[in-house]
Design a protein around this ligand. Structure first.
Ligand code: NAP
Length: 248
């Protein structure tokens, strides 16, 4: 039995950046949003307050989604408390730029653990909860780096390429259970991740974007909320690029 009438959406890495914007956008659409975070509780609480001030409901949940036991516990506790999970947004990810000649095992492990294993762990747990209801939606935050060769990003882009592949494969496997799986592939979005870039790199990148600006997290959040909605009921297995024309 469901403990709550509203649809439940879990957004991983929702305390900051794109995840935060997805959580707020889903809240505005009436979802009860679970704001997952790794360390920044204050930021997660702020996201919960914003969602509530917009008239919906939210909860926060601390879990490192690259650790299987933490993921299992999170899904167990969410479904115990709320009875279901309708939407999962796999967003928590890291970028670590390193040229192949200097690439370290630590970078490889950290990127693979969070950007691939984390998405797989959460998707499996969500699908296990969704399939008995024959309805659900998983949205993976990939990156335009999965489609473009960006020097220094061989590890990161490999993980995002894997996200695109798992999106298509899981979409096919889960379609018979009414579960849709899609991805968004943002270009440069103004978050902490992009803020950390040196100024000369930022203006170099800006020159390559046809729309001549970085995207906003809100512009990604709105597309994610659309993909979660019934308006997108016939869309599955797709990777939607949100990059101001960068990849053209
Ligand atoms: P961000 O600003 O660095 O925020 C990262 C978020 O992930 C934070 O909420 C952080 O939580 C959380 N997080 C980090 N490690 C975690 C873990 N192990 N378990 C759970 N949560 C964790 O990142 P962003 O720029 O918004 O990027 C979000 C996603 O978009 C990533 O998958 C990234 O690859 C993708 N993306 C970003 C861009 C871009 O231009 N920004 C472009 C393309 C794709 P705490 O606050 O608790 O640390």
């Amino acid at each position: 039995m469901d403990n709550i009438e509203k649809k439940i959406a879990l957004v991983t890495g929702a305390s900051r950046g794109i995840g935060r914007a997805c959580a707020i956008a889903l809240g505005k659409k009436g979802y009860f949003v679970i704001v997952n975070y790794n360390s920044n509780e204050e930021a997660a609480v702020e996201v919960k307050s914003i969602i509530e001030s917009n008239g919906s409901e939210a909860d926060i949940y601390k879990a490192n989604v690259s650790v299987l036991d933490e993921v299992k516990l999170m899904f167990r506790e969410i479904t115990k408390k709320y009875g279901k999970i309708d939407v999962l947004v796999n967003n928590a990810g890291i970028v670590k730029d390193e040229y192949v000649l200097m690439m370290t095992p630590d970078t490889i492990d950290k990127c693979l653990d969070l950007n691939i294993k984390g998405y797989m762990y959460c998707s499996q747990q969500a699908a296990l909860k969704m399939f008995s209801k024959k309805k659900g939606c998983i949205i993976n935050v990939s990156s335009v780096s999965s489609k473009l060769a960006v020097a220094g990003q061989s590890v990161y882009s490999a993980t995002k390429g894997a996200v695109n592949s798992m999106t298509a494969t899981m979409a096919k496997e889960l379609a018979p259970y009414g579960i849709r799986v899609n991805a968004v592939a943002p270009g440069f979005i103004a978050t902490d991740m992009v803020d950390k870039l040196p100024e000369e790199k930022k203006s170099e990148y800006l020159d390559t974007i046809p729309l001549k600006r970085f995207g906003t997290p809100e512009e990604v959040g709105e597309v994610v909320a659309m993909l979660a909605s019934d308006e997108a009921a016939y869309i599955t297995g797709q990777v939607l690029v949100i990059d101001g024309g960068l990849s053209l």
